[in-house]
Design a protein around this ligand. Structure first.
Ligand code: SF4
Ligand code: SF4
Length: 368
């Protein structure tokens, strides 16, 4: 472990920019901590705390100037590694007929993602399982990216990463990981590239006292989790309760707005849309995020197969916490709590699952 002075973080941002990276970090915009391009320490959210709850998010100012005493806003690394809207192919009519070419990247600089939480690093690992083998554009971005984690000191009230085994301390998947101390940062190195950046920054070894402080911060954060979730036999619990009346109850509250899927750092569903110019000379193919909460998403064989909001919620939650495990060997939930915070009606996955578990076995399962 190493010690980086507060100004050293500014130097790290500058160093990455000098090396051609597009540095994406946390900043305050429109009343939220979001991820965007940053050029120095002044862009980071100094002296900001979040108040989060089901359907609720607000920032409060503090005078302490600390940079990372918030959990997370609506953004995660997903928006940059797997953009919400991305042109894939451009097609032009030429003398020799139609010619299709991969669309150029809007910004081809490699990404440096700064300020990712442990749950966000786990979410990237989940998306890697989906895209890395199959999607060249994702692979290229991912392989060139630098990931800089920041350990949580102040978890949000909707966070439950401890239950999901994904936080609050960054343990894997980063090049560098920071813990904010009183005057500077403890720095951990997770890759050869991380070690090279550390050497270029000029840091000193952390003292025993600083190491102990990092452990204490991680312990305190784990104890301050806003929520918890019993994950025992999650696939079994959800598969045998497909007829549970709680789905009808949550379906009556759910607006099918898709906010939960948009903010979820692991949701990967997308649609591919073709546009042809009126002249017929050019066409484009674009990939866009899609959501299992929209009616169009479940259109199959000429009909919507998940008509009710209850059926869509059941599909989403069961995929996230059960069939994802069958599909990818890991849970599709990293316990970030964003879907709880950004749900306009405050639907809380931990509450819904707890309600189903509370009456597990009490509901008669109808068989054909
Ligand atoms: S399901 Fe909710 S808590 Fe889990 S990773 Fe997605 S947004 Fe976060
Ligand atoms: S659970 Fe909430 S955020 Fe998700 S679709 Fe329903 S109303 Fe929207």
């Amino acid at each position: 472990m190493w010690y980086l002075e507060r100004d050293g973080l500014g130097r790290l941002i500058g160093l990455l920019a000098e090396r051609g990276y597009r540095v994406i970090g946390p900043t305050v915009r429109d009343g939220a901590v979001v991820l965007d391009e940053v050029t120095g320490l002044a862009d980071l959210p100094a002296g900001v705390r979040e108040v989060q709850g089901p359907g609720r998010y607000r920032l409060e100012r503090t005078d302490d100037g600390r940079l990372f005493d918030w959990a997370h806003g609506p953004d995660a690394g997903k928006r940059f590694l797997f953009p919400p809207r991305e042109r894939l192919t451009e097609i032009r009519r030429g003398r020799e007929g139609m010619r299709a070419e991969p669309a150029p990247e809007e910004d081809d600089r490699p990404l440096a993602l700064l300020g990712l939480r442990s749950c966000d690093l786990h979410a990237i690992a989940v998306q890697d399982r989906v895209f890395l083998e199959l999607d060249e554009r994702y692979r290229r971005r991912r392989e060139r990216a630098v990931l800089i984690g920041v350990n949580c000191a102040v978890p949000g009230s909707t966070c439950f990463c401890v239950s999901m085994g994904t936080g609050p301390r960054c343990t894997a998947g980063f090049d560098l990981a920071l813990t904010e101390l009183a005057e500077g940062f403890a720095l951990e190195v997770g890759s050869r590239l991380g070690a090279e950046l550390r050497d270029a920054l000029g840091v000193r070894a952390a003292t025993d006292g600083e190491r102990a402080e990092v452990e204490a911060i991680a312990r305190a954060a784990a104890e301050r989790m806003g929520r918890s979730l019993d994950v025992a036999d999650m696939p079994g619990l959800l598969y045998r309760n497909r007829e549970h009346p709680r789905w009808g109850d949550v379906g009556a509250r759910c607006l099918a707005c898709a906010n939960c899927t948009m903010v979820c750092p692991t949701c990967f569903c997308h649609d591919v849309v073709d546009d042809v110019s009126l002249s017929g000379e050019t066409a484009t193919r674009t990939r866009e995020w899609a959501s299992c909460f929209s009616a169009e998403y479940s259109w199959a064989a000429g009909a919507v197969v998940r008509e009710s909001h209850a059926a869509r919620y059941l599909q989403w939650l069961t995929h996230k916490f059960a069939s994802w495990i069958d599909q990818f060997g890991v849970s599709g939930c990293v316990g970030c709590g964003r879907c709880i915070t950004w749900c306009p009606v405050g639907i809380d996955v931990t509450e819904e699952i707890a309600a189903i578990r509370a009456s597990d076995g009490a509901v008669e399962v109808r068989t054909a």
